[in-house]
Design a protein around this ligand. Structure first.
Ligand code: ADP
Ligand code: ASP
Ligand code: MG
Length: 411
């Protein structure tokens, strides 16, 4: 008998029919003798609808009140699933984050889980009940409702699995596993049997939203066996593992991630003196804006051009800070561009293979795609390109690194 934490995402609980289907699935596991804790998201579209309501009242909703409203989506689905299970003769009880006591810090809208009280859940399991927990939410030490950031139900699932030392955490969603790249963008994308925590973490942080970054961090830190599966189709899904098997088949690149969430800012003609980077980025970080990629070029007239990327939501704010800096330090101009995209190749295989980056650049050059910025780490290479070439770039790289699924045999 195993203890399994199962998390179902928004589309998997997007209607009453789907919730009934989830109940059938949970019952099957229960009938087979497993103990179950089920974590749910809100119905698909619901969290956006709630945010939109808040924005109709206030352009910048108070973060505390926003958490009070957006946390309601999950409260609806957990009650419905508990009812559907009880209807099937499977004793079940639903809990909000507060009722479990998923203690978080007080950073509203992006809170971090600090501790989970497992007493209540354990007692229910002991009594033979399925426990249905609202994902995405917690409570801070002052009793305020908090939420964990978009996609945060994944993190609730993994954190509960860690706290309960569950045998497995199963993330059920609308795709049958983690693919070499978003299967909605590249039809030839292939499901991966396995991916390492390290690679999954890079994929998630570089834009693959199939798992929230923090859920992968948690799973790696507490060594939670984690699997991504399709909610309603049978199959092995994708296992996220620690082991990096060294085999001849080990691909150099495991996956391609991309995002359109960033914007680029450039300050030109900056007098090139020590401390330039600090003068430019100091005020940006003082305004609480996170910087991702950075490039600096020195030109022959003793000035430098400096380019960096920020989240697109912070573009306007960053540009006005940069314009101020340009005036103060006597730079020629501050400009920006929001129509960019970041494409990244990810794989632990890069450690043992040279020339991966140049193969990437060659594939992009063949499609005449201009690279505006580059950044590398031990297991990834990211480039910034014009947004309109994003899909072309991802497809070209997918083929260049031999990730395409074999063509289907005609039947
Ligand atoms: P849920 O509501 O179940 O949490 P999400 O929409 O958050 O589902 O995540 C699943 C989606 O992630 C898929 O529908 C897919 O389009 C997208 N996705 C992006 N990158 C990948 C990838 N590499 N593999 C699988 N899915 C991916
Ligand atoms: N409902 C939340 C969201 O849409 C959390 C989740 O689905 O994981 O972001
Ligand atoms: Mg999700």
């Amino acid at each position: 008998m195993a203890l399994i934490v199962q998390k179902f995402g928004g589309t998997s609980v997007g209607s009453i029919e789907r919730i009934e289907q989830v109940a059938d699935k949970v019952k099957k596991f229960r009938d087979a003798g497993d103990d179950l804790v089920v974590v749910l998201s809100a119905m698909s579209g619901e969290t956006n609808r709630l945010i939109d309501l808040a924005k109709q009242v206030s352009e910048k909703p108070d973060p505390r009140e926003l958490d009070v409203i957006v946390s309601t989506g999950e409260q609806v689905t957990i009650a419905l699933l508990a009812m559907a299970l009880n209807k099937r003769g499977v004793p079940a009880v639903s809990y909000t984050g507060n009722q479990v006591r998923i203690l978080t810090d007080s950073s509203h809208n992006k809170a971090r889980i600090l501790q989970i009280d497992d007493h209540r859940i354990r007692a229910d399991i002991q009594a033979g009940r399925v426990v249905v927990v609202a994902g995405f939410q917690g409570v801070d030490e002052h009793g305020n409702i908090t939420t964990l950031g978009r996609g945060g139900s994944d993190t609730t699932g993994v954190a509960l699995a860690a706290a309960l030392k569950a045998d497995e955490c199963q993330i059920y969603t609308d795709v049958d596993g983690v693919y070499t790249t978003d299967p909605r963008v590249v039809a030839q994308a292939r499901r991966l049997e396995k991916i390492t925590f390290e690679e999954m973490l890079e994929m998630a942080s570089l834009g693959s939203k199939v798992l929230q970054i923090r859920s992968v961090e948690f799973a790696g830190k507490y060594n939670v066996p984690l699997r991504v599966l399709h909610s309603f189709k049978e199959g092995p899904g994708t296992l996220i593992t620690i082991d990096e098997e060294e085999s001849m088949e080990q691909p150099i690149i495991s996956g391609i991630a991309f995002n359109r969430d960033e914007a680029k800012l450039t300050i030109r003609g900056v007098p090139d003196t020590p401390g330039v980077a600090f003068k430019i980025l100091g005020p940006i970080s003082a305004s609480n804006i996170e910087v991702d990629m950075i490039v600096q070029n020195v030109s022959h007239d003793n000035t430098t051009d400096f380019t960096f990327t920020v989240h697109r939501n912070e573009y306007e704010k960053a540009l006005s800070v940069l314009e101020n800096t340009a005036r103060e330090i006597g730079a020629r101009e501050a400009t920006g561009d929001t129509k960019i995209a970041k494409v990244s190749i990810v794989g632990v295989g890069m450690r043992s293979h040279a020339g991966v980056a140049s193969r990437m650049f060659e594939a992009l050059a063949k499609e005449s795609i201009n690279i505006q910025m580059i950044s590398t780490s031990e297991i990834k290479v990211s480039v910034v390109i014009e947004e309109k070439y994003l899909e072309l770039a991802v497809r070209a790289l997918h083929t260049a690194f031999e990730l395409d699924a074999p063509a289907r045999q005609s039947e």
